[in-house]
Design a protein around this ligand. Structure first.
Ligand SMILES: NC(=O)c1ccc[n+]([C@@H]2O[C@H](COP(=O)([O-])OP(=O)(O)OC[C@H]3O[C@@H](n4cnc5c(N)ncnc54)[C@H](OP(=O)(O)O)[C@@H]3O)[C@@H](O)[C@H]2O)c1
Length: 275
């Protein structure tokens, strides 16, 4: 069967995309080809998705033979570490692929375009780690030759593992500092709350359960009620009550300013790494 998508790099993101695309029926396992140098990882992917073709680089020509990878049809996802992204992208072009969706952090589209044959299309995405559980948020940006239906193609793929928004490429640094690093901020808040529960006298296991369910429940309220964070916070903050006392302390410790500066610092770091 001809494949319609080649995934170069079968690591965490590559593997999550295979799982999402198969479970959402975007493709049958046999319509996806994965290029992965690690033999153990190759076996793991095949065991998880019977019918998936997972090969090492030397076998790619055989894998893509009979498949059409023009700029209008099919394509490849580049899901390798930044340090090997350009050689891997050059290799994708050699294999005949003319449309690439890159999830490589910090690698600009013009550098990838320069490694590909003339006329090839690049779309760049910044997903976050929650794609591993199908609840990611990805921002996508068009390279210089990407057309509206290329963005639709990329959106269709990344929708299998979460939500997708479109931004101009220059905003991807801010996306990286906000939603790319965002899960780590939430994990840190979660850790701190668990410690706070222990300090307040709760057994650690109880504190963990209380905090994890609080985080999940709060996210569900935000997602399902349509109310803003401010409205939901006001609803649980009685005048002179316990929540007001806790929030006053967080404001006194400049929590808002800490988050503003954290996102600004991560955004700036993303800019520096791209130089
Ligand atoms: N994980 C995230 O949450 C996240 C979020 C946003 C963006 N990203 C970006 O996504 C990309 C992949 O991240 P990841 O977390 O999935 O990394 P990963 O788990 O290390 O996966 C990368 C995979 O690519 C393989 N690989 C290396 N060189 C290759 C080549 N020339 N051809 C084909 N495959 C090759 C690696 O094999 P070996 O291990 O044998 O080298 C590894 O299995 C990175 O550029 C990262 O910046 C990741």
């Amino acid at each position: 069967m001809p494949i319609k998508l080649l995934i170069v790099g079968g690591g965490r993101i590559g593997g999550a995309l295979v799982a999402g695309l198969v479970s959402s029926r975007w493709a049958e396992p046999a319509e996806i080809g994965v290029v992965e140098p690690d033999v153990a990882r190759r076996s793991e992917l095949v065991a998880r998705h019977p019918g998936l073709a997972v090969v090492d680089q030397p076998d790619v020509a055989e894998l893509v033979a009979g498949s059409s990878f023009t700029a209008d049809e099919g394509g490849a996802i580049l899901a390798v570490k930044p340090e090997v992204a350009e050689p891997a992208c050059r290799f994708i072009g050699t294999a005949g692929v003319r449309r690439v969706l890159s999830v490589v952090a910090g690698m600009p589209t013009d550098r990838l375009e320069a490694t590909l044959p003339e006329g090839s299309v690049v779309v760049r995405a910044m997903p976050n780690t929650a794609v591993l559980v199908g609840a990611g948020i990805s921002a996508i940006a068009a390279g210089s030759r990407a057309r509206s239906f290329d963005l639709q193609w990329a959106e269709g793929i990344l929708s299998a593992v979460g939500t997708v928004v479109r931004v101009p490429e220059r905003l991807l640094h801010a996306v990286t500092g906000l939603s790319g690093s965002g899960p780590a901020y939430i994990f840190l808040v979660t850790e701190a709350l668990i410690e706070a529960g222990v300090l307040a006298g709760l057994p650690r296991e109880t504190s963990e359960l209380l905090v994890l369910e609080t985080v999940k429940g709060s996210a569900k309220l935000l997602a399902e009620t349509g109310a803003s964070p401010e409205e939901l916070r006001a609803q649980v903050t009685s005048p002179g009550g316990t929540t007001a006392a806790g929030l006053r302390m967080l404001e006194a410790k400049a929590i808002r300013s800490a988050f503003l500066e954290a996102v600004a610092a991560a955004t700036e770091r993303s800019r520096q790494l791209a130089l």
